[in-house]
Ligand binder design. Structure first.
Ligand code: FMN
Length: 186
């Protein structure tokens, strides 16, 4: 039997009722049987600072970078802030990218999802794809999970209620399993 894949979900929004974190919660319910998802808590990760990095990394940084390195794949929920990637998410990638040899991120399969207004986080998602080029990560191309008009698709606690969007996430996770196994020659 093939081994279960361990996926780490990271949301770029820190607020409790975040719709983007809601997408990751939906992913927990919609994942195929051979994929296990953990949602990371990145609230305590400080802004990247090379001086802190050389003194010894803060425990919250050590923890998230170790989880990223150990994961078979990542699922990143990417809110759009000022037409680009929410800083909390970019900050975690920046910390992880400073591991010697980029070993936490190099070659890592990654899927993206995001929720927002009319443009559905699309501009931020394409910026994120550009970052993956430099980091030599392996983004899953499709489906693109861009949930627009979020106010109509989530309840007041940020839980995803829209069936079509849930279907997209189900497809995304199934494709992520296939993609990760292809890359691992599994
Ligand atoms: C600082 C800031 C900048 C934002 N800039 C944009 C933007 O450029 N485009 C957009 O569609 N939404 C923008 N938004 C709205 C967020 O993308 C939207 O509130 C999103 O739902 C937040 O995700 P969350 O529910 O996971 O917290 C911005 C929000 C903040 C706080």
């Amino acid at each position: 039997m093939r081994a279960e894949l361990n996926v780490l979900g990271i949301s770029g929004s820190l607020r409790k009722k975040s719709t983007n974190t809601g997408l990751l919660r939906a992913a927990l319910q919609l994942a195929p049987a051979d994929l296990k998802i953990e949602i990371a808590d990145i609230a305590e990760v400080p802004l990247y600072n090379a001086d802190i990095a050389t003194q010894g990394k803060p425990p919250a940084v050590e923890r998230i970078v170790a989880k990223i390195a150990a994961a078979d794949a990542l699922v990143l929920a990417c809110p759009e802030y000022n037409y680009s990637i929410a800083p909390a998410l970019k900050n975690v990638l920046d910390w992880a990218s400073r591991e010697p040899g980029n070993k936490a991120l190099d070659g890592k399969p990654v899927a993206i999802l995001g929720a927002g207004g009319r443009m559905a986080s699309s501009r931020a998602q394409y910026h994120l794809r550009q970052v993956f080029v430099f980091l030599d990560m392996h983004p899953l191309n499709k489906p693109e999970v861009m949930i627009g008009e979020a106010a109509d698709r989530f309840d007041s606690d940020g839980n995803l209620t829209d069936e079509r969007s849930r279907e997209l996430i189900r497809d995304l996770l199934q494709n992520l399993v296939i993609w990760t196994r292809q890359l691992n020659k599994d």
